[in-house]
Design a protein around this ligand. Structure first.
Ligand code: PLP
Length: 451
């Protein structure tokens, strides 16, 4: 291919990137990734990078799995596309929906396919409002979500999310309210962690009473907030949220786009955190990112009510795309045959957990959290006070991420939290490389911050 500098010039000239400062990109040039194998990426200069983020939390079975390429090619030859509208279907969609229903807990038995997590959350908005319409309570429209939650970047997904910069780009749709997140390290003050978790969950009840209990359709939350900084809630949090949703008869949506398909050491984060949702949002790990596919897994009650009231006026051209479904099905087969969920439990705890938590001996690392293979560390100038850096939020995190990048480790920053979510197939030897590079990068960033 073309030399790196020329690729970067063309990229900056014509490629309008998501979540990227265009001018900054033109000044610096994007790193051009050319290959992937297991947990490793190669760039156009031949550097080997360890991917501590599995792309965008999605390449769960690792890069370069030929079985998936072969299934995609076979499916394209046999039936490259057909839709699932108007009483038609096809084998890949049938088989995948049945497989997901088998893996999902409880009576989450019905899958509405979408092309992404954002689209699936847009589906959820329509699904829960339609549910209450059919139940004869069309005034039940408000959906309660959380500040600093992330549910995608379509107008629906971005509105459910609690990221203010996204709301500032084009506003948000009506009927969505936000409550504070259960982020003890950053916002817990003098409270102990369990009391704080309870208090933050009880904000849901306050919000329900403020909006009027009969006006609330649903609550949505990620079992563990991902893009918000891998915020692991205090153990008191979800049971209280569940109690409040049950008390007011509100539908509970667990956004499992990151936590689904093994990330937390169970098939779904709802199992790890003992949540019983009516609807789950899925995407990413469903196909390990090999094809764009997402969906909503819907419980019997919601599916029967909405599905029992005539046509559901909603769907996407690529809902249940045959190639995406065939690839996702093969991905789930590999995960089961290779016991990847069990592998997550084996390598996460104690192997990665011990090494990850040991990072708190670094002068700049306050807390370290890890559930399964999603983890975060908080960067701080003062651990005891859980203090924030005087610089603009995220400056130190950004510098640390840059050092990681220079040391051929992909680790993301959210403000001054550093996060990881490696491919689920990572081995102990690769964990050693990840930790060694993380330590080196932290040391280098600390030196810059101190000086
Ligand atoms: N929900 C959660 C929890 C996510 O983390 C994401 C993406 O990161 C989304 C939804 C949106 O998914 P997509 O980018 O596939 O639209």
């Amino acid at each position: 291919h073309l030399p790196t500098a020329e690729l970067q010039r063309l990229d900056a000239a014509h490629h309008f990137h998501p979540f990227t400062d265009k001018a900054g990109l033109a000044a610096k040039g994007a790193r051009v990734i050319t290959r992937g194998e297991g947990v490793w990426l190669t760039d156009s200069e031949g550097n080997r990078i360890i991917d501590g983020m599995a792309g965008l939390w999605c390449v769960n079975i690792g890069y370069g799995r030929k079985e998936l390429a072969q299934v995609a090619a076979r499916q394209m030859e046999e039936l490259a596309y057909y839709n699932t509208f108007f009483q038609t279907t096809h084998v890949p969609a049938i088989a995948l929906a049945a497989e997901i229903a088998k893996l999902a807990p409880g009576d989450l038995n019905h899958v509405f396919f979408a092309g992404s997590g954002s689209e699936a959350n847009d589906t959820n908005i329509r699904l829960v409002r339609r549910y209450w319409d059919v139940k004869g309570k069309p005034w039940r429209r408000t959906i309660i979500a959380r500040w600093n939650g992330y549910h995608g970047s379509t107008m629906g997904g971005g509105s459910l999310g609690g990221m203010k910069p996204i709301h500032a780009h084009g506003g948000k749709i009506d009927g969505i309210e936000h409550i504070d997140q259960p982020y003890w390290w950053g916002e817990g003050g003098d409270m102990d962690e369990d009391a704080f978790g309870l208090a933050r969950a009880q904000e849901l009840e306050k919000k329900i009473l403020e909006v009027g209990p009969d006006n609330v359709a649903a609550f949505i939350g990620e079992p563990i907030q991902g893009a918000g900084g891998v915020i692991v809630p205090p153990k008191t949090y979800w049971p209280e949220i569940q109690r409040i949703c049950d008390k007011y008869g509100i539908l509970l949506i667990a956004d499992e786009v990151i936590t689904g398909f093994g990330r937390t050491g169970n098939w779904f984060g709802s199992q790890t955190l003992e949540i019983k949702p009516h609807i789950m949002t899925i995407a990413k790990g469903l196909s390990s990112g090999y094809q764009p596919i997402g969906g909503s897994i819907v419980c019997d009650e919601v599916a029967n009510v909405v599905g029992g009231a005539g046509e559901f006026f909603h769907g996407y051209t690529y809902s249940g795309h045959p190639v995406a479904c065939a690839v996702a099905l093969e991905n789930l087969r590999i995960m089961q045959d290779e016991k990847i969920v069990e592998h997550v439990r084996d390598v996460a705890n104690p192997y990665l957990k011990e090494r990850w938590e040991a990072l708190t001996d670094h002068p700049m690392v306050g807390e370290a959290k890890l559930v399964g293979l999603m983890g975060s560390i908080a960067l701080t100038p003062n651990k005891e006070k859980r203090a924030k850096f005087a610089s603009e939020a995220g400056t130190v995190g950004f510098k640390t991420r840059e050092r990681c990048f220079a040391n051929n480790l992909i680790m993301r920053h959210v403000g001054d939290r550093m996060i990881i979510s490696p491919p689920l197939v990572i081995t102990p030897a690769e964990i050693d490389v990840l930790i060694e590079r993380a330590r080196k990068s932290l040391d280098e960033a600390y030196k810059i911050v101190k000086d």
